[in-house]
Design a protein around this ligand. Sequence first.
Ligand code: DNO
Length: 358
Amino acid sequence: MKMTWRWYGEGNDDITLDHIRQIPGVMGAVWSLHDKVAGEVWEMERIQEVADQLAAKGLSPAVVESVNVHDDIKMGLPSRDKYIDIYIDTIRKLSKVGVEVICYNFMPVFDWTRTDLYKETKDGSNALFYEKKLVEGASPQSIVDRILEGAGEKTMPGWEPERLAHLEKLFDDYSGISEDMLFDNLKYFLERIIPVCQEEDIKMAIHPDDPPWPIFGLPRIIRSRDHIEKFLKLVDSPYNGLTLCTGSLGPNLSNNIPAIIREFGDRIHFAHIRNVKVFENGDFIETSHRACDGSVDIVEVVKAYHEIGFEGYARPDHGRHLWGEEKNCRPGYGLYDRALGVMYLLGIWDTLEKEKNK
Ligand code: DNO
C-alpha cells in the first residue's frame, strides 16, 4: 500500500508540500489542475509544472484526482466524441510525467453531496454531515445554495458555481436518462479510452457515488457490489478499475466493504479510506478514521487490503476539522485529522506486516 495525500496545488491549498512530506509514510501527492473545467484541454506546460513541484519535494505524481468527465459524455450526446478526444489527449500527456492512476467519477450533476459542511460534534470539532430527510424533501437548488453559502470563498471540486448556475438546464438534460443508459454511456467512454490507457500504462479508477443511492431522481450507478461487478465487466481490462472509497459506500450499511475488497482487489488501483457514522434515520456524519468512532470497520478494511497484498495507492480521505482549522481548510480536507488518519492506517498495516513476518 503506497500512502498519498490529496493536494489542491500551489497557492490553492493552505497545506503545503512541506507539510505533506513530513507526514510519516506519505510518498506522493494526489493532484489535479483544479482550475480546469470538464472538457478543457490540459496544457503540457501546466502538467510539467506540477510534476516538477512534486519532484522538488521528493513526492510522487503518480495519482491524479480527478480528470473530470464532461456532461455530454455522461449524457451520450453527439458532441461526446470531441470531449473524449480531449480526455485521451490528457491521458497521453499525463503518462509523460509518470502518472499511473487517474481517478474520475461518472455521477450526473453532483459529485459528493452533503447538507452541512461544518456540523458541530460533541467534542467541539466539526465535520461534513448528510441529513437524509432534508435532501429528500428539498429542491436541488436549495441544497446547492446551502453548500455554496457554507463554502464561502473556498472552491470545492464537484461544486463549481459556474456549472451549478445552470442547474435547471442540467436537470432537464438528464431527465429521461436511466441507470441503463448511463451505463451504456460509460461503456462507450471506456471502450474509447481504455486501449489508450493500455498503451500509456495508465489505470483508470472510477470513484463510487457518494452517497450510495440516487438523489433528486438522478441515476447513480456505482454504489454496491453488484454495480461494481457490472461496471468492471463493461470493459474487462485491468486498466478499467476502481477507486474504492469506504466513505462513499459506507453510508449504505449493506455494503460489505472488506468483502468487496477481497472480491475485486486486483481491480482496485486507488483506496480512499475514511469512516462515517450512520444513524438509524439514515443520516450520517464523517468521523475520525478509528473503527470504533464510525460504522465502517476500518481495521477490517485495512486487514482486507493487507490480505490481498494490496500494492496500489491509498489516501486518508476526509477528516473532521480540528482545533479551529475550518477557517482555512476545504471541507473534509484539513491537515490534522487526515494526518492522524494516516498514522492510524499505517499503524494497522505495520502491525499486520510484523505479524506476517514473524
Ligand atoms: C470527495 C472526493 C470526490 C472525488 C471525485 C472523483 O472528497 O472523494 O470528489 O474526488 O468523485 O472524481
